[in-house]
Design a protein around this ligand. Structure first.
Ligand SMILES: Cc1cc2nc3c(=O)[nH]c(=O)nc-3n(C[C@H](O)[C@H](O)[C@H](O)COP(=O)(O)O)c2cc1C
Length: 402
């Protein structure tokens, strides 16, 4: 080759100097975001978001079970123009996605819940604030005009639950999401091994961790103190997280408790953490608006089913008598396509946006949503669906293991 021909082949990449932009440019998948999050966060904080209960069987099953399913595409269907909008709990959403509630979000990045709520609003999808949020019900509501849902844990102090429901109503939250898979907290053994506390304590071990992640510690020590802002007058305990949770959760809650909650909340009411078809039927009988087929991202019962395996049984049990949402294990747009084809109305994502938040704050959450959206759109085109309602169960088959 002549030098001029070689020169024509050279396409030097433009260097990206801003570190955030560089990290984002390097993240082409949610898994890439996870790898960067792992590097950037102190180990106990990364393990807190990444880990599951006990041996993490269910955590692994959530993603592994998707790999046992195969999408059976339809062809020649003019998929030039794909419409990703859908109605979730009676409101229009730009995508069949909602952001799941995650506690202590400010530990991942100092902007925490506010950054996630802003990113959700920009994407036109609902954001769910956790009872364990580190920004208050009112502060998050004031931050954006986007659709917001409030996730409730019923604690021993029922008066507190009533108060939270009233505040969420007053602040204009669009739906109440009652999490029902935490009668007691799951055993997050990574947290136990790491001696993880809320807020992180400053011991010798954390000092060395701090030396490896100075940017995180600098922000942690120089921003306002982290607490469970919605309940900070009663529960800002800096004790070990497992102990704190164990003291607060009320294992005696039953279906009967839904009565007073329904009276206190007249909008869409969702149960999060249902996997058994009989529980789904009971939810129909009690008139709830929706359920989330969820195992809390594998953080509760270990050896519980992968949610994508539980979904068809639940959908069969309820038909269209209530809305079935789905979460746990969504890492790719094709996972969303699979869950929608099997009957879910929309998918909640948890860790995927937390990895983005850890990588690049609010821009990282935008990036995680954008990656999933691009994958979702392409997968729909490849599977031959122009709208989410064209995704149907016949498009999913189980991989044969002959
Ligand atoms: C760090 C972390 C904190 C969470 N905190 C809550 C919470 O406060 N309330 C709740 O209902 N679910 C909570 N979840 C569960 C999520 O809402 C969601 O069900 C789960 O993350 C979905 O699985 P995925 O992470 O594989 O997408 C949490 C999950 C994570 C990873």
């Amino acid at each position: 080759m002549k030098p001029s021909e070689i020169a024509a082949l050279l396409r030097p990449r433009r260097p990206v100097f801003r570190p955030t932009a560089r990290r984002l440019a390097r993240s082409r998948t949610v898994d890439d975001l996870r790898r960067i999050a792992r590097r950037r966060l102190p180990r106990p904080v990364f393990d807190y978001i990444d880990g599951g209960a006990e041996d993490e069987l269910t955590l692994r099953a959530n993603t592994g079970a998707f790999d046992d399913l195969v999408l059976l595409p339809r062809v020649l269907r003019d998929v030039d123009d794909v419409d990703l909008t859908t109605a979730i709990l009676g409101s229009e959403s730009a995508l069949p996605i909602a952001l799941a509630p995650t506690g202590f979000t400010r530990m991942v990045h100092h902007e925490g819940e506010l950054a996630v709520a802003r990113a959700a609003a920009r994407a036109g999808v609902p954001y769910t604030l956790s009872t364990m949020g580190t920004r208050s019900i009112e502060r998050v509501a004031a931050e954006t005009d986007g659709a917001q849902w409030f996730q409730l844990y019923v604690w021993r102090d029922r008066g507190l639950a009533r108060e939270l429901i009233a505040r969420a109503k007053e602040a204009g939250y669009a739906a109440l999401v009652l999490t029902v898979d935490v009668p007691v907290p799951g055993a997050r053994e990574r947290d136990l091994r790491n001696g993880f506390t809320i807020p992180p304590s400053l011991g010798l071990r954390t000092f060395f961790e701090g030396a490896k992640h100075p940017h995180w510690w600098w922000r942690f020590l120089t921003r306002d103190v982290m607490s469970f802002e919605s309940v900070s007058d009663r529960a800002a305990s800096p004790s070990g997280v497992m102990q704190f949770l164990a003291e607060q959760f009320d294992p005696s809650v039953t279906w009967d408790d839904l009565d007073w909650m329904r009276q206190a909340w007249d909008g869409p009411f969702v149960l999060k953490g249902v996997v058994h078809p009989d529980d789904a039927r009971q939810a129909v009988d009690l008139g709830v608006t929706g359920i989330v087929v969820s195992n809390h991202g594998g953080r509760q019962l270990d050896r519980g089913p992968a949610t994508i395996d539980a979904l068809p049984g639940v959908v069969d049990a309820v038909g269209d008598r209530l809305e079935v949402l789905f979460d746990s294990g969504i890492r790719r747009g094709r996972d969303i396509v699979t869950a929608l084809a099997l009957g879910a109305r929309a998918c909640m994502i948890g860790r995927a946006y937390l990895y983005g938040l850890a990588t690049a704050g609010e821009q990282g959450v935008d990036h995680a949503i954008a990656l999933l959206t691009a994958e979702l759109r392409r997968s729909m085109q490849l599977v031959g669906a122009r709208t989410v309602s064209e995704l149907e169960p016949s498009m999913v088959i189980r991989r044969s293991r002959a």
